[in-house]
Design a protein. Structure first.
Length: 121
């Protein structure tokens, strides 16, 4: 096992934002939905929302392609925002965001849904 890399899953606006931690930086790598959803729900979610990870310029932190910010947090010094998809670039004050240093809950195992058995209802 490589101690130089760690994966974190942080719950933001009903989706887990998965972040890869290396010795040098944190990188957003994926989104996880914590409940089983149909593919069309997830596709609709991706069409309706944007996840912004630590995007900033000389004017501050921002989200682009946004209508409104659903939730934004700071995780280990990095801003994560889930926003309703739109056409605007919205700036926000990261000093007003709640900071998380560790995931709210520890999950000891992940389930590969590709190995799940089909249920007949």
């Amino acid at each position: 096992m490589n101690d130089d890399i760690c994966i974190h899953a942080v719950l933001v606006a009903d989706v887990f934002v998965t972040v890869l931690e290396t010795k040098e930086k944190f990188v957003l790598v994926s989104l996880l939905f914590f409940k089983p959803y149909e593919v069309r729900y997830i596709a609709n979610w991706v069409d309706s929302y944007v996840v912004s990870y630590n995007e900033k310029d000389s004017n501050g932190y921002y989200v682009k392609n946004a209508l409104k910010i659903e939730q934004a947090i700071i995780y280990n010094g990095n801003a994560i925002a889930v926003v309703a998809r739109g056409k605007n670039k919205i700036y926000y004050d990261n000093n007003k965001l709640r900071e998380f240093y560790t995931p709210q809950e520890q999950y000891k195992e992940m389930i590969n849904t590709a190995d799940a058995k089909k249920l007949i209802c």
